[in-house]
Write a protein that binds this ligand. Structure first.
Ligand SMILES: [Zn+2]
Ligand SMILES: [Zn+2]
Length: 392
């Protein structure tokens, strides 16, 4: 069976996460997004594990069910060098045991605990418990594995089970790195709120024998992801090299020459685009035979917000989003499958914008330095170019 799965979210217990990140809110929203299977996130946090147990029915073999949505236990851990790792956990008993074993001062307070363990120690520990592990948002400049290492094997010593690409990268970018040719790529939302432009903004279409931890493990090991769905990487907040204070996009070589200091006094962060070019072996992607399609997405609510010039969480935007979902079932269908004339009957501006999205004629102001890229229709604003020597 083909299952849409998003393995990386955060609960209300993670830093900077919404207090609404509770199973009762997440489950119905994820069905509307067209997701069948969700990682719980924060799966070594004792309080969150209690909530998962109380708010779901256990179906066996690591699967917890609520409101039309199945959950598998997952968590993100911050290890040595501030590197983030994503872990998929077989069941509740294992999660609680792992939580006790993980050397961490703050796991009772923070859903994403910090530990002194490096990638290799974490990999050994979680493999003892039959978990899966891989780098989370592998190329990002604050907490991605490749910010500290030129090779995934320097971090983990052994082969981890997958690589999470992160919002600012896609398969076209990652398959320029030859050592990744054997890896399953996962695309997950890393959502900190249940808003529809966050939850499921990236997900995996995965072939499973049934919905169980055993099948999930087998599918990831056998590279049975059939499609990766994810943001156009320009929209990711670390796609381009940019200042974290004034958010100006800055030429990466110039930034290096200036020791990553911006004129405004802010720190410049290296973009995922440039980091991949540094570690890439190929100038063009070389996809292994098993590599599935990467389907580019834009959050529907952000498209609506842009054409109506309103905030994405406003009543107008959320109202139109809900109306589209009520009529056409899931966001993915509205973005990709529903005929434009049907969308036109609900909102002609939105159908025009979805047509541009499908044709690839949307203008995007690229993200960088911690600010998301921006979707523009009708060329409202001129696309800014990276700052170069001439105008630094
Ligand atoms: Zn992270
Ligand atoms: Zn600046």
């Amino acid at each position: 069976m083909l299952v849409n799965a998003d393995f990386h979210i955060h609960s209300c217990f993670s830093m900077a996460s919404s207090k609404d990140m509770l199973i009762k809110n997440i489950a119905p929203k994820s069905s509307q997004k067209g997701l069948h299977l969700l990682g719980t996130g924060d799966g070594v946090h004792p309080g969150w594990l209690d909530i998962v147990e109380e708010s779901t029915d256990y179906l066996g073999d690591g699967i917890y069910h609520a409101n039309g949505c199945d959950f598998v236990l997952t968590c993100e851990v911050e290890g040595k060098n501030r590197i983030h790792h994503l872990i998929i956990i077989p069941d509740m008993d294992t999660a609680r045991e792992l939580s006790d074993k993980l050397p961490s001062k703050n796991k009772a307070f923070n859903g994403r605990p910090k530990t002194r363990y490096g990638g290799a120690e974490l990999l050994d520990l979680v493999h003892e418990y039959d978990c899966l592990i891989g780098p989370a948002h592998a190329f990002t400049p604050w907490t991605g594995m490749y910010k500290s290492y030129d090779s995934i094997y320097d971090c983990y010593q052994n082969k981890p089970d997958f690589v999470e690409l992160g919002l600012s990268a896609d398969t076209l970018m990652a398959d320029r790195v030859s050592e990744l040719k054997d890896f399953t790529f996962l695309t997950n939302s890393d959502a900190h709120s249940p808003w529809p432009h966050r939850l499921g903004r990236e997900f995996n279409q995965i072939e499973l024998e049934d919905i169980s931890y055993t099948s999930i493990k087998k599918a990831i090991k056998n590279r049975d992801v059939k499609a990766n769905y994810g943001l156009v990487p320009n929209l990711g907040k670390y796609h381009m090299t940019a200042c974290t204070k004034c958010h100006k996009l800055i030429d990466s070589l110039l930034a290096k020459d200036n020791k990553m200091k911006c004129r405004c006094g802010g720190t410049i962060k290296k973009g995922v685009d440039f980091r991949i070019s540094e570690i890439a072996d190929f100038s063009k992607p070389k996809h292994p035979d098993f590599r599935p399609d990467y389907v580019h997405l834009m959050p529907l609510a952000e498209i609506i917000a842009s054409v109506h010039d309103k905030g994405v969480t406003t009543k107008t935007v959320q109202g139109i989003w809900q109306k589209l979902i009520d009529n056409f079932k899931t966001e993915i269908d509205v973005l990709i499958n529903v005929p434009l004339e049907d969308i036109n009957k609900i909102d002609s501006n939105v159908s025009g914008a979805i047509e541009s999205f499908r044709n690839g004629t949307v203008t995007i102001v690229p993200g960088g330095g911690g600010r998301y890229g921006q979707i523009l229709f009708e060329n409202k604003v001129e696309k800014p170019k990276p700052v170069t020597l001439d105008n630094f």
